[in-house]
Each structure stands twice: as C-alpha cells, then as structure tokens.
Design a protein around this ligand. Structure first.
Ligand SMILES: [Zn+2]
Length: 206
C-alpha cells in the first residue's frame, strides 16, 4: 500500500513586539509561515505550493493585521528537509551509478586476468531465445581457459545458482583467453564472481 498526499506544516514562527494590533492596540503579533508539501509515507518529497503567512495577535486573537506580513514571508526560506524525497532519490541514483561503474570495472579486471574458480554468468541469445547459465574456470593454460558448465540453464537473470544446481565435472569447455574479453564486450558475460563464500553453490562440482 502506498501512502502519499499533501500535508501542510508551519516552517517558521516569528513573534514581533513592535507591530501594533489594529484591534486591541497591543504589541504581540505572531507571524506563522506555512508550506504545503507532497509526502510519501509521511516523508516530505518536495514542496507543493508557495508559502503562505498568517498573523495573529497573541493578546486578542485578531487575525487581520497586514503589517510586515510580506516582510516575514519574504525572509522565510523553504527548509531543505521538505526536499528529503528528492534528495534521497538523487543520492540513490548516484549510488547506483557509482556502484554499477565499480562493478563494471571489476568485471573487466577479472576477465582480463582470469583465475581458477572464477564463475561467469553467461547470457546467451539464440534468435531472441535468451538463456542463462554459469561457467567456472577449472584450469588456465598459457592462452586457453578450461571451463565447467552448470547443470542447469535458466530462462531469467539470476545472481546465484538454484539450490540443486552444480558444475558438471565430466565435460569441460576450452576457450581462448582472448575470447573471454570478446564475451564481455558482446554482453555475454553478465557477472563475474570471485572469492565467493565457502557455502556458495558455486563450490559444488559433481
Ligand atoms: Zn490584538
């Protein structure tokens, strides 16, 4: 369930003891500045209206004094926290961009310098029939790499093997080291895993 809508809060309060009340001649005017904002789960996302100001005499509750209203309205700035949602969104996007750039960089480093036990997630596109499977480096010779294939093929992206999957030992695939780079450039290598956990499914070979 999505909870959202508009709310109004007082963003500033000024008590002025120099403004004379037109009703009671007292000198106790309070100016309150309000602003409406759009919220998502009660977190302010952005301001949704211009600011409004109200004045009240603290002595007689008269609401009609106009003096200095525009002054106090003009000096009141919209607080940054009313942009919390926008700021979070920007931070989130930036973090995702940086994270993705680091992942891409690491992936290309791993592919340029393959190590035994590296696992690749391969995305294969045969006439728009897309399948995914895992390859694991078994051996590295001077210019070739020997790979194990996962027992399963998948029809969707996944970041780890399903619980009953494993690497098949009886069959190895041999590719040139330089091919790995081509696989990466052509988008076939979706993910490279190195130094994964000992409990990972990637450990299991049958
Ligand atoms: Zn008054």
């Amino acid at each position: 369930m999505l909870i959202y809508g508009r709310r109004k809060i007082r963003i500033k309060k000024y008590d002025d003891y120099h403004v004379k009340c037109e009703n009671c001649n007292g000198y106790e005017q309070r100016f309150s500045v309000y602003q409406e904002y759009f919220h998502l789960f009660f977190i302010p996302v952005f301001p949704s209206s211009s600011k409004i100001i109200k004045s009240v005499c603290l002595n007689c509750n008269d609401l009609f004094n106009q003096e200095k209203k525009s002054h106090y309205l003009a000096i009141t700035r919209t607080p940054i926290y009313l942009y919390t949602g926008v700021i979070l969104f920007v931070v989130f996007i930036l973090a995702a961009v940086i994270e993705n750039r680091n992942t891409q960089k690491e992936k290309s480093e791993f592919v340029s310098n393959p190590k035994v036990n590296d696992v690749y997630l391969i995305r294969q596109d045969d006439n728009n029939l897309i399948t995914y499977y895992f390859l694991k480096i078994k051996n590295i010779n001077s210019d070739t790499v020997e790979l194990f294939h996962s027992a399963f093929q998948y029809n969707r992206f996944l970041s780890t093997m399903q619980d009953s999957d494993y690497f098949v030992k009886d069959e190895t695939y041999r590719v040139l080291k330089s091919d790995l780079k081509n696989y990466l450039d052509s988008g076939m290598i979706n993910m490279v895993e190195r130094d994964y956990d000992k409990t990972s499914r990637f450990i299991i070979e049958k």
